[in-house]
Ligand binder design. Sequence first.
Ligand code: PAF
Length: 280
Amino acid sequence: MQTFKTIESLQSALGDAAGGTLGFVPTMGNLHAGHLALVARARAEHDLVVVSIFVNPLQFGANEDLDAYPRTLDADSSALIDAGCDVLFMPCAEELYGDNMKASTLVRVPELGTDYCGASRPGHFDGVTTVVAKLFNIVQPDAAYFGLKDYQQFSIIRKMVSDLAMPVILHGVDTVRETSGLALSSRNGYLTPEQKTLAPLLYQTISSIGEALAAGEQDFMRLTQTGKQRLQEAGFQPDYLAIANATSLRPATKEDTHLVILVAAFLGSTRLIDNLRISV
Ligand code: PAF
């Protein structure tokens, strides 16, 4: 695996290797089996696999601790070598944003980013779309792979790619879960042992809602209120629990057939998210 820290050196190496197709996996590092499933898909489908590790300051809010975000470069590099990654791109913030990040051009998808995680983390998705657009311009992949655990993020990136006619095929890859059902996430590392035993309730709660929807229940308000109460009683602080149209992310109506149940909840100071898509 070759590692590059500058745009120029990366593009020069990619230019030399031109010919086959390129699969790209953007990440913020601290890789787990969920990320490696994306790399495996890219490896199976492309001649060249590029992974980026960049802890993007633009998507962190003022009250979110960018410095505390886990950086595990040695472990990440060896996992990527084992997974068959060809090229690792690891720019610093100055390389992507120059010395005045706040003056950077922003890419913003207006509607899909205002609710759910967008409401709790103002500006977060603008940071995500801006960096992903920039990484796409730098790497120029044929296809890019994102985890569906971040369902709102994936929906927003899909809209950006479509609205801006970006020449890249997007793949959303299913969430990888522990046997308990807990979705793999870099944030699971922040949980105490006691919180870790509680955490699978997040997926159990949305799974129960999914079962009720599949059985024909259409009282979305009752389902989400009961779900939030269940989480609260167990010790979570729910941020949101919503049933939405799987494409528009607007609150579900009785006519919608493709739904997504979206949840975010705190366990202590750790914010966990999950979702479940369901067709009724
Ligand atoms: O999902 C992530 O890890 C990040 O939001 C992404 C897509 C790599 C952009 O920084």
